[in-house]
Design a protein around this ligand. Structure first.
Ligand code: NAP
Length: 455
């Protein structure tokens, strides 16, 4: 019997568990999937936007793995607390695979970034996704103009949620507080701003195109700004996604008509802007952010941009910084500060250049926050293959007889799969009482109470 702990139950953790139990070379692999939250699925539950039901439905596939007879989900287990670092986990399990993602957001490092009203997109996502750590976060959405900095898929998500009416979101599992705030939202203009050109934007075409089909929302682009990008006139040499993005943007530039039903004025506008680098947020501590000052940039011919010394202010009472995630150091593990990842070779963690026996990584903490959910499959497979290659050596070590008891001794109160199922039922019941479908419980107290873990 080879007992493996997988830390994190998002796609990378679950695909790692799947790769470990769905192979025949090493029989009797038993996987314990530990998560800090009492709920599984990581960013599929707490990152994928609530109106992206198709991607959300991936939870069904992840669930099948977590219900495998040799996979055990244990929520509410906080790895990294005193007494439960990599070394202690190795006393309990033969091997540990860290699949903890990239837990924090990157910063801009510009003056005014911390003014009231300037928030990270990850906080906004956590709030509308009912992440229990964001239970105290609130977005009053009294702003008329919101600036989203960055042109990746998270930026598209938050711009879309700001533009969508609450009526359209009522059928999702969005928490009641966020739905109410969106219903009262006064946001009319959403500015999504990239520091480089349209051919370098990180969003994918399906996500971009969706902005053009939001009822009551007009998407505005500036043809002269798009044309600053040399690839706009001749996108032939671009990678397929960038080429398709340009086609969508060109469509909007050539027909900048209001979306929604014919004849009705749009309720909201999404302005897509490029070649603007944020340099400062203006405002004051009492009234909050008033505008974002951008320096206009120009392509440098090598994929980057240079400043032009010309500035433009975009008025905003809400700013969402959507400039990417960043991995955080894990207790007892080496950490590459420059990349926000754990150094590894094919998933085997490297300590001072040598393999840290029995400790592995997969997902964003291994390769950085990029790619779509499916990118985690080959990444997890590679790590699982390394672990299975090491299986004979790993299995020789003595470990705890009862991992759950050992975790309890380490001060944890694990929520088993049945506890998660109880949370699911409580969320369905909560939704029924609100006259909606399933509605997520937004705080630790109610989640743990539903899972029958009190105190
Ligand atoms: P991302 O794709 O890395 O995009 C980050 C954006 O921030 C880029 O436009 C980047 O511009 C910009 N940026 C970085 N530093 C900046 C600065 N100092 N000033 C101005 N702009 C700056 O990150 P993300 O949007 O957080 O997404 C993370 C991952 O999750 C991606 O792989 C994404 O595809 C995935 N995701 C997918 C979906 C989906 O499939 N529906 C939804 C959400 C997230 P530069 O390119 O110039 O650096």
């Amino acid at each position: 019997m080879l007992r493996v702990a997988v830390i994190g139950s998002g796609p990378s953790g679950v695909y790692t568990a799947q790769s470990l139990v769905e192979q025949e070379a090493v029989p009797d692999v038993e996987v314990y999937v530990l998560d800090r939250l009492p709920c599984p699925y990581g960013l599929v539950r707490y990152g994928v936007a609530p109106d992206h039901e198709k991607i959300k439905s991936l939870q069904g596939n992840l669930r099948t793995v977590l219900e495998h007879p040799r996979v055990h989900f244990l929520g509410n287990v906080e790895v990294g607390t005193p007494g439960l670092g990599a070394a202690e986990l190795r006393e309990i399990f033969h091997a540990v695979v860290f699949c903890v993602g990239a837990a924090t957001d990157r910063h801009l490092g510009i003056p005014g970034e911390d003014l009231p009203g300037s928030r990270s997109a990850t906080e906004f996502v956590a709030w509308y996704s009912a992440h229990p750590d964001a239970a105290a976060a609130h977005f009053a959405l009294e702003a008329r103009s919101a600036v989203v900095i960055g042109v990746g898929n998270v930026a598209v998500d938050v711009a879309r949620i700001l533009a969508r009416g609450a009526a359209e979101l009522a059928g999702t599992d969005m928490p009641q507080g966020a739905l109410g705030a969106l219903a009262d939202s006064r946001v009319e203009d959403v500015w999504m701003v990239g520091r480089r050109g349209p051919s370098q934007a990180k969003f994918t075409t399906k996500e971009l195109r969706e902005l053009g089909s939001l009822p009551g929302t007009e998407v505005l682009v500036r043809p002269e700004e798009l044309a600053l990008d040399p690839a706009y006139a001749d996108p032939g040499g671009l990678p397929a996604v960038a080429r398709r993005n340009i086609e969508v943007l060109r469509g909007w530039a050539e027909r900048p008509v209001a979306k929604g039903s014919a004849g009705t004025a749009p309720l909201r506008r999404i302005h897509l802007r490029f070649f603007l680098r944020p340099v400062e947020m203006t405002g004051d501590a009492a009234s909050g952010v008033r505008a974002v000052r951008f320096e206009r940039t120009a392509p440098d011919g090598r994929g980057g941009v240079t400043g032009t010394g010309e500035y433009e202010d975009i008025a905003a009472q809400l700013v969402l910084r959507s400039v990417g995630y960043r991995g955080t150091p894990q207790a007892g593990l080496p950490f590459d500060e420059a990349h926000g990842t754990v150094p590894h070779r094919a998933g085997r963690v490297l300590r001072d250049g040598d393999v840290f026996p029995g400790v592995y990584v997969a997902g964003w903490i291994k390769r950085g926050p990029s790619g779509v959910i499916g990118t985690n499959r080959p990444c997890a497979k590679e790590t699982a293959a390394s672990l299975l290659e090491d299986a004979a050596t790993l299995a020789r070590r003595e470990t705890a007889d009862d991992p759950v008891a050992a975790l309890r001794e380490a001060g944890q109160s694990p929520v088993p799969w049945s506890g998660w199922l109880a949370i699911e039922s409580a969320e369905a019941e909560w939704g029924r009482r609100l006259g909606r479908g399933t509605v997520k419980l937004p705080d630790w107290e109610r989640l743990l109470e539903a899972a029958h873990v009190v105190g």
